[in-house]
Write a protein that binds this ligand. Structure first.
Ligand code: DSN
Length: 422
């Protein structure tokens, strides 16, 4: 049966069964298709990933691991989970993979739980300079249960200064150093981090959630083969279902597995693990490499378009899928105002702090944008010029709702040229 029919049949049943949720899902699909989605941590999954997520694998309890479960009836679930593990191992050249973490934060929690004792010291990048809450922020478990000494970026270049990180590490002598970020537009020198960790005897870890698809495709350095522990979500550039995995060297395998279950989680979400397996299978195909390359080409083209219109980008551009626009300096708009104006124009991004921000995370100086979704929809460099044009026009008319509504209808027409879920 053609894919399109299957998808519609599935929703047709939902329509008659629960009209309110059906309508809400249809509205969300319409929003996704009619707008320019620039949130760099989002993507559009394939029909196959959607179908695996919506499958009967959700019905099963399978606490434990393949071949060693606490419930009967797991022979088929074992096939699914082993396929996910094996494909992920091949994709990242990993020694050991745990595919059960429910999402990025629980994966990071398990990685710390497996490698540190409560009260131990680790180093992660500050949230305001590109890190994540789980990288040691004081309001998060990672900053409460562990002593986190955070590193930052260089004030001048707004990029990592690896010598400065090394000096700090020599002083702090952390048990673990975490690299990999959520709002850092430049390539990460993972080899430098490995050297820093070796020089101070720290466990070398990374959270590659944002760049996982780029790492898998060889478009960004892949730290998995030579780092001790690497976590990633599966739903960002990797274009899989919402979830996470942990990859590690064999010597950490038992500790990681025990930290995930029974340490922190109960029954794994096997429908999501099935969808992870599908996504890893897709990412192993040659066209995923092309996709990942195109994400970066598109990001560069979009960065050029924005900078040539006078917008300031943190660090002066991007090497990855994302960029940070300093809307406060460029357009005298706060991040919150810019996010709102863009949303009224059918363009979705998120407000974000920029390095050395003088404003607050709730209303910072920047917005964060990226190209994974647009690239999935088939857009290319020339389309990024148009996208850049829409962004600039919306920011220039941030206080004019009528103009923003007009831009929204232009955006809708533009997006109709790149259908995805038909
Ligand atoms: N919330 C994710 C992001 O948007 O980057 C990180 O977990």
């Amino acid at each position: 049966m053609p894919k399109k029919q299957l998808y519609e049949m599935h929703l047709d049943f939902l329509r008659s069964h629960d009209k309110e949720i059906f309508d809400a899902i249809q509205s969300e699909k319409k929003r996704q298709m009619e707008g320019i989605e620039l949130i760099p941590s989002e993507n559009l999954v394939s029909q196959a990933v959607l179908e695996a997520m919506g499958s009967v694998a959700t019905n099963k309890y399978s606490e434990g691991y393949p071949g060693k479960r606490y419930y009967g009836g797991n022979d088929v679930i074992d096939i699914i989970e082993n396929l996910a593990i094996e494909r992920c191992r091949r994709l990242f050249n990993a020694q050991h993979v745990n595919v059960q973490p429910l999402s990025g934060s629980p994966a990071n929690m398990a990685a710390y739980y497996a490698t540190m004792n409560v009260g131990d010291t680790f180093m992660g990048l500050k949230l305001t300079e590109g890190g994540h809450l789980t990288h040691g922020h004081p309001v998060n478990f990672s900053g409460k249960l562990y002593k986190c000494v955070q590193y930052g970026v260089d004030k001048e270049t707004e990029t990592l200064d690896y010598d400065a990180v090394k000096r700090q590490a020599m002083e702090v002598k952390p048990k673990l150093i975490l690299s990999g970020y959520t709002a850092y537009p430049r390539a990460i020198d993972f080899k430098a981090f490995r050297e820093i960790c070796d020089s101070v005897g720290a466990i070398c870890t990374a959270d590659i959630a944002h760049i996982a698809g780029l790492c898998a495709a060889g478009v960004h350095e892949n730290p998995v083969p030579y780092f001790d522990v690497v976590t990633t979500t599966t739903h960002k550039t990797l274009r899989g279902p919402r979830g996470a995995v942990i990859m590690c060297k064999q010597e950490f395998a038992e500790k990681i597995d025990k930290a995930v279950f029974p340490g922190l989680q109960g029954g794994p979400h096997e429908h999501i693990i099935a969808a992870k397996a599908v996504a890893f299978g897709e990412a192993l195909k040659p066209d995923f490499k092309e996709y990942a390359k195109q994400i970066v080409k598109n990001a560069r083209a979009l960065a050029e378009a924005l900078m040539s219109s006078g917008l300031r980008l943190v660090s002066g551009g991007t090497d990855t899928h994302l960029m940070l626009v300093d809307v406060f300096k460029s357009k005298n708009l706060t991040g919150k105002q810019a996010e709102h104006a863009l949303e009224l124009a059918g363009i979705y991004c998120n407000k974000n702090t920029i390095p050395f921000d003088t404003r607050t995370p709730w209303d910072p100086s920047g917005v964060r944008i990226g190209t994974p979704v647009l690239t999935t929809r088939g857009m290319r460099e020339k389309d990024m010029k148009e996208v850049g044009g829409f962004i600039v026009k919306a920011l220039d008319n941030a206080n004019d709702e009528a103009k923003l509504a007009k831009i929204k209808s232009e955006v809708k027409e533009f997006c109709a040229g790149f259908p995805f879920y038909k």
